[in-house]
Design a binder for this molecule. Structure first.
Ligand code: NAD
Length: 315
């Protein structure tokens, strides 16, 4: 029998990548997504396996997961664009915290679920200069990070209460095709693809650990197959950080043309950490995972990929 997997947020940027990867491995994939930020065409499943449900609707989530009876649930549905979360803190808390409670309680009630993966974020860490490992104290700096840290704690309590294996992945900065939020990479991709050679960007110096969504998908699958029991937290990053300038240089190399940068004051974030770098040794010890995508290959691919229309909700 096929392994049956539910992905909440499976119509989003990372959820669609992990869905396609698991389908390719022969799993039976179901998606729960309200399409608030995701796109139906990104979810790689037939209509019968796509459930348009808002995870804040506790009864519908319970009914859906009981009916599907999956053995594995990946919970990725969340709102995570930091400026949006800052502007809509109650909505962010409702979806990222209460929605997580609803999904996990539904997993507990279904009686079939053996493993749960919960997407968290590097935003749960405080400002730090060097690589961060999972033992590092948490200290989120924004509403988004606070809601995701709460979701991690709820996942820990869920594991204690149910005994169901619960893996938390702290995602660093994802990049790849089909990005649904106007983060740095798709912004540069959009401006370059529109023919601009003077880019208007925000802060240029912050460094981030960029990991390709296809490497993230393989990391999630590797963790779910690693025989983990209990509650475990893993960083999912690449272990290399790049500044905004270095990302623009990667685009220059692939284009074979120089790019100028103009700082757009409207895009400069008032509160910004200068570094966010993953120590991924725990992930590598637990699995045979190694990243396969470098920045240059990823950027070359982005220059070939179609651009998504971003939804207005993100502004
Ligand atoms: N993109 C990154 O760099 C990054 C970094 C760290 C963590 N994360 C986490 O990874 C996960 C996936 O992020 P993503 O980048 O794919 O974002 P995304 O916005 O593309 O995907 C999230 C999906 O959840 C859905 N969703 C939102 N609210 C919902 C609700 N109330 N009910 C049902 N579905 C809902 C959206 O429609 C969307 O398809 C999130 O949990 C996010 O916090 C992402």
């Amino acid at each position: 029998m096929h392994e049956r997997v539910v992905i909440t947020g499976g119509a989003g940027f990372i959820g669609s990548a992990v869905g396609a990867h698991l389908l390719g491995l022969g799993k039976e994939v179901w998606v729960i997504d309200d399409l608030s930020f995701g796109l139906r065409e990104l979810a790689p499943v037939p209509d019968a396996r796509f459930l348009r449900i808002d995870i804040r609707d506790r009864a519908k989530v319970q009914e859906a997961i009981a009916r599907i009876a999956p053995s594995t649930v990946l919970h990725l549905a969340a709102i995570h664009f930091i400026p949006y979360c800052n502007a809509h803190p109650v909505e962010a808390a409702d979806i990222n915290i209460n929605g997580t409670i609803n999904v996990l309680d539904a997993c507990a009630a279904a009686g079939t679920v053996k493993q749960v993966f919960v997407a968290s974020t590097a935003a749960v860490y405080p400002v730090a200069d060097g690589p961060l490992n999972e033992e590092h104290a948490t200290g989120p700096m924004d509403i988004y990070g606070i809601t995701k840290l709460a979701a991690e704690r709820i996942a820990g309590e869920f594991c204690l209460r149910t005994g169901i294996t619960t893996i938390v992945g702290r995602f660093f900065n994802a990049f790849g095709p089909n990005e649904t939020n106007p983060h740095l990479m798709p912004e540069v991709q959009r401006q370059v693809r529109e023919g601009q050679r003077t880019l208007r960007l925000g802060n240029l110096d912050p460094k981030r650990d960029f990991i390709h969504t296809s490497d993230m998908a393989r990391a999630m699958e590797a963790l779910l197959g690693a025989g983990i029991s209990g509650y475990e937290v893993f960083n999912i990053g690449r272990g290399i950080e790049y500044s905004v300038r270095e990302i623009v240089e990667a685009f220059e190399r692939q284009l074979g043309e120089p790019l100028r940068i103009e700082v757009d004051p409207a895009r400069v974030r008032k509160v910004e950490r200068m570094h966010l770098l993953a120590d991924v040794s725990k992930l590598k010890r637990a699995t045979a995972w190694e990243p396969q995508w470098g920045i240059d290959e990823g950027v070359a691919d982005l220059l070939r990929e179609p651009l998504l229309e971003w939804k207005d909700a993100r502004s």
